[in-house]
Design a binder for this molecule. Structure first.
Ligand SMILES: C[S@@+](CC[C@H](N)C(=O)[O-])C[C@H]1O[C@@H](n2cnc3c(N)ncnc32)[C@H](O)[C@@H]1O
Length: 453
């Protein structure tokens, strides 16, 4: 077994490329070694930490030969927090990497040859720091105080975050302020061992255009003090206009929101304005996390769609239907499909409050709604699915329905490439444009234009 490296073994490798999680990848006897924080063309000393069938994981011990693209991370807890994966790489290089990850996925899954000219340069995010308009952070009571932060990847160690450089500044400011108020009021983070305290997470969302903020407390059980704190926040700070509590005692679930969600102070929704449209955001409605870059993305849809006033368009996986709102003035009618009640309701409220009335909301699963409405004479379909992509049933529908144009927004290069492999039977890829929605993370967003052959 010459290929077997024992756990704890140190060795020096040359890093060949970056993987989908931003990790450096080198090889030992043709078996991959994944090393966080290592960069291509670097020679690094690593220590093997895990041996899987097809690859090893290793820690970076030291850098023997440094990449010219290596930079000093700008966050003091970057190596512990896990929220960002690429702060040690120059920003321009992170953009090239995101394009490269799409190329790798296309080469792996799409049988039809795709010219590299069709895969454009990544559209940068401006700004690339303090871009996140929402944070959902867990709390712990440790060392005699409430601490807020992020769990270190694959551990239950909470890394304290005081001033996150990717969250909007006002969000950082209000986390500190709320923690100070909790301390004054002797309120505790929930502790599952001692069964003390109530607050599990605090979610803060900010609307850039109006500077309105919404605070949501995720609680293990009811807490009258949280209600008092919510009322205080709304009375004292003009920015905080909406405060909710959610009782959620399911410690295993990844969902924050339950039926036990209540407005405790202020108004039900905060208002964001994009492209002249006022969107009302309740806490459990989907909204893109990088507001400026969302506007860039939606304008890209308009550019690629090159819509006509007679066009009938479908906005599938529509969320609160911002894409439908951007498209509506350019076309005859838009149908927006969304399955989650909160987002569907926000989309409905938005239509009532705004001028675009040529939008029809269809609630339900995309596959079911498309099949139920297969007689709609659709010209263009815009898809913005979750990471799972379109999948077999949607691509099957498209191969039969044959809309002239498909615009596919993807947040996962692998599922995009698998779907494109099927769609290229009937469609030509006109362009694939990566777009940096989450700077300094390994997330890759892209927008693809397909035209019927
Ligand atoms: C990536 S978000 C895009 C939302 C919207 N385009 C935007 O830019 O805000 C995907 C949306 O698809 C919805 N969704 C997920 N699976 C769905 C399905 N099977 N059918 C309909 N909607 C779905 C989610 O609730 C979410 O709102």
């Amino acid at each position: 077994m010459e290929n077997k490296l024992p756990i704890g073994q140190k060795l020096t490798i040359e890093v060949q490329r970056l993987g989908i999680n931003g990790e450096g990848i080198g090889y030992h006897n043709r078996k991959a070694i994944f090393v966080d924080f290592a960069l291509p063309k670097e020679e690094v000393e690593v220590e093997i930490t895990a041996d899987f069938d097809t690859y090893y994981k290793a820690n970076l011990v030291s850098i023997v030969k440094k990449s010219p693209s290596r930079v000093e991370p700008f966050c003091s807890v970057y190596h512990e927090c896990g929220g960002c994966q690429l702060q040690h790489l120059a920003y321009d290089e992170t953009l090239k990497l995101k394009r490269e990850l799409i190329i790798q996925a296309i080469r792996r899954y799409v049988k039809t040859p795709v010219s590299l000219d069709l895969i454009k340069d990544t559209i940068p995010s401006e700004p690339n720091t303090h871009y996140r308009n929402k944070a959902s952070l867990p709390l712990q009571y440790k060392y005699g105080k409430n601490v807020i932060g992020m769990y270190k990847p694959n551990s239950n160690h909470l890394v304290e975050i005081k001033d996150c450089p990717v969250q909007e500044q006002d969000i950082n400011k209000f986390y500190t302020l709320i923690l100070n108020q909790m301390e004054k009021r002797k309120m505790l983070a929930y502790n599952n061992t001692s069964k003390t305290g109530t607050v599990r997470f605090i979610i803060i969302r900010r609307a850039a255009a109006t500077n309105e903020m919404q605070v949501t407390f995720i609680l293990y059980k009811e807490d009258p003090e949280v209600v008092e704190l919510g009322k205080y926040l709304v009375e004292k700070f003009k920015e905080i206009v909406s405060v909710y509590s959610v009782i959620n005692d399911d410690l295993k679930s990844r969902e924050f929101f339950t039926k036990n969600t209540h407005l405790i102070a202020g108004k039900e929704a905060i208002n964001e304005v994009l492209n002249g449209v006022v969107f009302s955001l309740k806490p459990d409605a989907f909204f893109q996390l990088n507001t400026k870059q969302a506007d860039v993305l939606y304008n890209k849809v308009i550019e690629l769609g090159n819509f006509k006033k007679t066009d009938i368009v479908i906005d599938a996986y529509s969320g609160i239907a911002p894409i439908a709102q951007y498209i509506a003035p350019h076309v005859k009618n838009v149908y927006a499909i969304e399955s989650v009640q909160a987002s569907y309701q926000s989309a409905k409220d938005t239509i009532i409050q705004n001028v675009n009335k040529n939008i029809d909301l269809l609630k339900g699963d995309v596959v079911e709604v498309l099949n139920r409405n297969k007689n709609i004479p659709v010209d263009v379909i815009v898809f913005d699915p979750p990471r799972t992509g379109l999948g077999e049933k949607v691509t099957e529908f498209l191969l039969k329905k044959k809309p002239k144009k498909i615009i596919y927004i993807s947040c996962n290069p692998s599922t995009l490439a698998k779907d494109l492999d099927v769609l290229t039977q009937t469609y030509t890829i006109m362009s694939i444009e990566p777009l940096d929605m989450f700077p300094f993370t390994a997330h890759v967003e892209s927008i693809t234009l397909l035209s019927l052959k």
